[in-house]
Write a protein that binds this ligand. Structure first.
Ligand code: ZN
Ligand code: ZN
Length: 269
């Protein structure tokens, strides 16, 4: 098992100490764990301010490397980050990614117009179709313009938040066409996607993206794919990763991807 998406106390929504996560991962027989704490530039907060939601990256790296050395005989530990992608912040995102020698960068869309999807502004006075269209249009612009990431995080994560707003959160044909365009750009640019298993914990009963999008990516020639639990708590480390490997095998994938210093390496499933 390779868990390519784990948050620690460096993310302000996680309470998981890095060493606790490592010990748990070792116990579970995980071969490699990648810490991917959150960085969001210029986002709206409930106090009305637009702020950079960043963490102390130099300390993060220092602590991570200390544990990497300490546990080197038991588990491989990689330096990652999950960055919220926004077109207006492109230059600063590039700078941040280039400033440190990350092994792996997840680029995710967590916000629309600086509002975190969590706050549900996207869904106000909108049908599900309108909200999804707005979301995927934004993702398409981002994949066209921003390149400083390895895999796109939880591509259809809008479904996770739509879950509390609409009875039907499925993706229809118009949205699927937009997603196809997005996947083609991702593939053409040599980027990949992640399969995020946390959807099951959020009640949507599927991975993000779901099996249809994963099949579409495969049929379009997509090969770069990582799997991550998006753990914010100890018990979520490794969550449904083996089941997801089975799912990928069923779809026809032969390899998953690992990264070192931003370079993909393929591991047979
Ligand atoms: Zn995320
Ligand atoms: Zn995450």
């Amino acid at each position: 098992m390779y868990d390519y998406h784990v948050h620690t106390t460096f993310s302000d929504d996680a309470s998981l100490e890095m060493e606790v996560a490592i010990k748990r991962a070792i116990q579970m027989g995980i071969k490699e764990i990648v810490f991917t704490d959150h960085a969001e530039l210029s986002v709206w907060r409930p106090n009305g301010l637009i702020v950079d939601d960043l963490f102390d990256i130099p300390s993060y790296i220092e602590i991570l490397y200390k544990y990497k050395e300490k546990y080197k005989d038991k588990i491989s530990i990689k330096l990652g980050i999950e960055i919220g992608l926004q077109i207006e912040e492109k230059e600063r995102i590039n700078q941040l990614v280039n400033e440190y020698s990350f092994d792996f960068v997840i680029g995710s869309s967590h916000t629309i117009d600086k509002y975190d999807l969590y706050f549900r502004n996207l869904f106000e006075n909108k049908t599900k179709e309108e909200a999804y269209e707005r979301y995927f249009k934004e993702v398409r612009k981002i994949v066209e313009k921003i390149d400083s990431y390895n895999v796109y995080g939880h591509l259809d994560v809008v479904r996770r938040y739509a879950y509390t707003e609409y009875e039907d959160i499925n993706i229809n044909n118009i949205e699927r066409e937009m997603i196809e365009e997005i996947l083609k750009i991702i593939i053409q640019k040599g980027k990949g996607i992640e399969v995020n298993t946390s959807g099951f914990r959020y009640g949507i009963k599927s991975t993000n993206p779901d099996i249809d999008i994963l099949s579409l990516y495969k049929s379009l020639g997509g090969e770069i794919i990582t799997v991550g639990s998006d753990a914010h708590k100890e018990e979520d480390i490794g969550y449904k990763i083996l089941e997801t490997y089975d799912l990928l095998r069923d779809i026809g994938y032969r390899y998953i991807t690992t990264f070192e210093k931003m370079e993909p390496k393929f591991v047979r499933l």
